[in-house]
Design a protein around this ligand. Sequence first.
Ligand SMILES: C[S@@+](CC[C@H](N)C(=O)[O-])C[C@H]1O[C@@H](n2cnc3c(N)ncnc32)[C@H](O)[C@@H]1O
Length: 266
Amino acid sequence: MNKLDALAALRGRFPVLEPGHVWLAGAGPGDPGLLTLDALAGLAQADVIVHDALVDQRVLALAGSQAELEYAGKRGGRPSAQQADISRRLVELARANRRVLRLKGGDPCMFGRGGEEAIALAEAGVPYRIIPGVTAGLAALSAASIPATIRGVNHAIIFATGHADPDFDWAALARTGQPIVIYMAMRNVEQIVEALARGGLAPGTPAAVIVAATMPEQRIVISRLDRLADEVRKIGFTLPGLIVVGEIVRVRDRLLRLLADAEAAR
Ligand SMILES: C[S@@+](CC[C@H](N)C(=O)[O-])C[C@H]1O[C@@H](n2cnc3c(N)ncnc32)[C@H](O)[C@@H]1O
């Protein structure tokens, strides 16, 4: 059975990527098991795949044999593509009547500039579709057995970027008392921790660093707010990582203890 027959068996009629159309799709955090069926349909049909650095090689390996891969990433020691150039390239490929899959790590619109690309495509009159993906923040929490929300612990969860402008009000986030998952936080961790502490978070607030979630190199370090910067320094900056701050982090211990007790009782 080929990929498209397999998809049809799983999904009924799978969506068709038409020539001259662009799909802005999320590739998830790494593990191909977290890819959506529609992103897989895009991989199978696209004749050009414009992908970011954080798209896992195991996902790219699912591309059809007709597909050309174009790298448009902003990491990995290669020259950085400018956002305006990427948007222009998507329009150019669509106008050349190609079937274009724009594949981004996680969800395309969560700190992924998918929104800007959608605007550029819409302005150019190019038909496009957004296919959501499993964002790294949620995948990292699951990988670490930290529930995103749990009754009695939190009523909200905040996703933030550590690349926010210098005037960003971290203290206001801290004052909500709700857990915060911070993408792109590794390099600015010291300033972020200081700002959260100024907002009233206690030094002992539970915190975690999760690196390469769902990838073979995955690492989970459970710590506390005042030790986060040291933990990040020890881990280094080569792999994508994020930090989590808040009471939900404590639930991991409880879950692991329950599992260990159940195992011992067997
Ligand atoms: C430009 S943002 C893109 C986020 C992506 N659109 C998403 O929804 O996950 C890149 C940041 O996402 C986080 N990230 C992406 N993949 C990750 C992973 N597998 N494990 C941990 N963090 C990850 C890191 O903070 C990284 O610096």
